[in-house]
Structures are given as structure tokens and as C-alpha cells.
Design a protein around this ligand. Structure first.
Ligand code: SF4
Length: 324
């Protein structure tokens, strides 16, 4: 439990991987709800595979259960909830719910209803999509703060090898994505657009500069494939650095995440309403009990979380201490 000194378990607190006593500040705490495992794509490295042993259905299917989860998450992580044990290590001023999957837009009206409930509760909201349902994105865009689009390549053969296509081989093109983003901005001029790229063995030599310029996101997150469910298609640190270097000249705010930046640095909830966390240096996830059943306090104390790595991701949003 105490290998390399962390994670540390203190009574009633989440298992924190945090080496010193200073309280970190971040603008926004992000809770990622992976609302469904269902997806119309079949990316080989996909992280959206959760333990099957639990027979409970995915929570989104029941309005009562999904609202109970949202309420409990908001109560526990609300910036006003001073008793949250995480506050011993980290402070935040707003709370964002990031709805991911699987592919959340496949849930149609239920997805839209969940976004509405979350907004009513007070969450800021982001949605992560593979861009295959622009009709649903056009409907939801006016209600959300950030749209995250997963894009690994603009080369059809590379997308096909990764599995970033429907079973019939249908893919979204660069101009499809640009159009979807334009529509979203028309419906919500305040929306932040973020592109997410997973760097793997298939796209490692790709130059995405043209794609990024055409789409013009506000942010671009570049992640080294984390071998959570498979090591196939993983890349070395050096290969990843070369990819990052190749794109240094693209003038967009970039967030670079190597494997160590992703370990225990996300607050994540699975489709069955459990916190889960990746195993450091290993395959698979660790799970808490179900949040609406035992409460977020107990469930969050059952998983590890590293506030220092989390806040590093948003470091450029954190004001200097004492700044007005
Ligand atoms: S689009 Fe996302 S959820 Fe779907 S298979 Fe690919 S990585 Fe998994």
C-alpha cells in the first residue's frame, strides 16, 4: 500500500497521492462520468471497458438512478461543500461534469435529459464525442460549456486500423468534424472546443497540423496511449515526444499527457455509478462501491486520487497565490 510512499490512506479521506502539506488550487474540479460502454466505433485501445461482474444495468437507463447519482456527485463535489475531505489537499471554485462514454450521443433523448438535469443542479458541463452524431451535438451544444472531440488522424486507413469507424467502415472526415464544430459554435458562441488525440503506434508518424488548423479548437489535448486494456499499439516515451515536437508550431493551447500524467489524476465514474481508477503500471481498474447506494463520501474513500497530478493538468488556469 505504501510503495513509493503513496497512495496514502487517512481516515475518512480518499487515498491521496500527494507528497506535501500545501493546499493546491485549481479553478475547476472535473468529474468524468463515463455514462455508457456502448459505442459505434471499435478503437483497439479503447478504455471504455468495465468490470462485467456487477449485474446492475447502466444508470442512465433509469431517470431516478441517474438523477440520484448526479445529485450525490453535486452535493459531494460542490465548491460550497467545505467538509469534502479532498479540500485538505485541493480547493476549486467551480464544478464541471464531463460526460463521456462509450459514445454518449448514442443515448439520444436520455442523454439530453441528463445534460438538462446536470445543468439544473449547477454543474458546468462538457461532452466528449467521436463526432459521429452531429445532429445530437447540434441539439446539446447550446446547453454545454465545452465540447471535446476525439480525433486521432485524418488519414482514413489509419483510422480504420485503429478502429475509429463504424462496423460498416463509415468514418467522419476532417470536414465533417469542422462542420460539426462550426454548428456547435453557431448554437453557442461561448462554447470551448477541445480536440483529444491519443497517440498510438498507428498515428505516431502522422502530422495533424493541417487538421488542427482547419478545425481551430481552443485546446488540443495530446495523450500517450495508456495501456489500460491492451498494450497493443502503445508507443514509447521517445516516440511520443517526437509526435509532440512535430506539432510544437501549431498555435493552439496544447495539453500534453504522458502516461504518468494520467495515472490516478482523473475523478472518474463508470456507467454503473462507481468511482473507478486506473491501476498504476498495470492493466484494468479498481472500483468503489456504487455511489448512490453508499454515498460519495464512502465511495470516494475507496479509490486513489492524486490532487497534485490533477491540478498540474490545469496549472495554466490557476492564479498565483495572492493574485487578484
Ligand atoms: S470512440 Fe471512444 S469509446 Fe468509442 S471505441 Fe473509440 S475510444 Fe472507445
Amino acid at each position: 500500500m505504501f510503495s513509493s510512499g503513496f497512495p496514502v490512506k487517512t481516515e475518512g479521506a480518499p487515498r491521496m497521492k500527494y507528497p506535501n502539506a500545501n493546499i493546491l488550487q485549481t479553478d475547476e474540479l472535473v468529474v468524468n462520468w463515463h455514462i455508457t460502454e456502448a459505442c459505434n466505433y471499435r478503437c483497439q485501445y479503447c478504455y471504455a471497458h468495465w468490470e462485467k461482474a456487477e449485474t446492475r444495468p447502466e444508470l442512465w437507463k433509469s431517470e431516478t438512478h441517474s438523477v440520484a447519482l448526479l445529485k450525490e456527485l453535486y452535493r459531494f463535489f460542490s465548491p460550497e461543500h467545505q467538509a469534502n475531505p479532498l479540500r485538505r489537499y485541493l480547493t476549486w471554485r467551480s464544478l464541471r461534469l464531463s460526460i463521456a462514454g462509450g459514445e454518449p450521443t448514442l443515448l439520444g433523448e436520455r442523454f439530453l435529459a441528463i445534460v438538462n438535469h446536470a445543468r439544473e443542479l449547477g454543474f458546468r458541463i462538457s461532452v466528449i464525442t467521436n463526432a459521429s452524431r452531429p445532429d445530437v451535438i447540434a441539439k446539446v451544444a447550446p446547453k454545454i460549456d465545452m465540447l471535446g472531440v476525439s480525433v486521432d488522424s485524418d488519414v482514413a486507413s489509419i483510422n480504420s486500423t485503429i478502429g475509429r469507424e463504424c462496423r460498416k467502415g463509415t468514418q467522419v472526415s476532417r470536414s465533417d468534424i469542422a462542420q460539426m464544430v462550426e454548428q456547435a459554435r453557431l448554437g453557442n458562441p461561448q462554447i470551448t472546443i477541445k480536440l483529444n488525440t491519443v497517440v498510438c503506434a498507428e498515428n505516431i508518424s502522422n502530422d495533424l497540423s493541417g487538421l488542427i488548423r482547419e478545425i481551430g479548437p481552443d485546446r488540443w489535448k495530446i495523450m500517450r496511449m495508456l495501456p489500460v486494456t491492451t498494450a497493443q499499439m502503445s508507443v514509447t516515451k521517445k516516440q511520443f515526444s517526437q509526435f509532440v515536437l512535430r506539432h510544437q508550431g501549431v498555435s493552439v493551447r496544447q495539453t500534453i499527457e504522458d502516461n504518468s500524467d494520467m495515472e490516478q489524476s482523473y475523478v472518474m465514474v463508470d456507467p454503473k455509478g462507481r468511482f473507478f481508477q486506473n491501476e498504476v503500471g498495470g492493466f484494468g481498474y479498481k472500483y468503489s462501491e456504487c455511489i448512490p447506494t453508499v454515498g460519495a463520501d464512502q465511495a470516494f474513500s475507496q479509490i486513489a486520487f492524486c490532487p497534485a497530478t490533477f491540478s498540474k493538468r490545469y496549472a495554466d488556469l490557476v492564479p498565483e497565490v495572492g493574485a487578484k
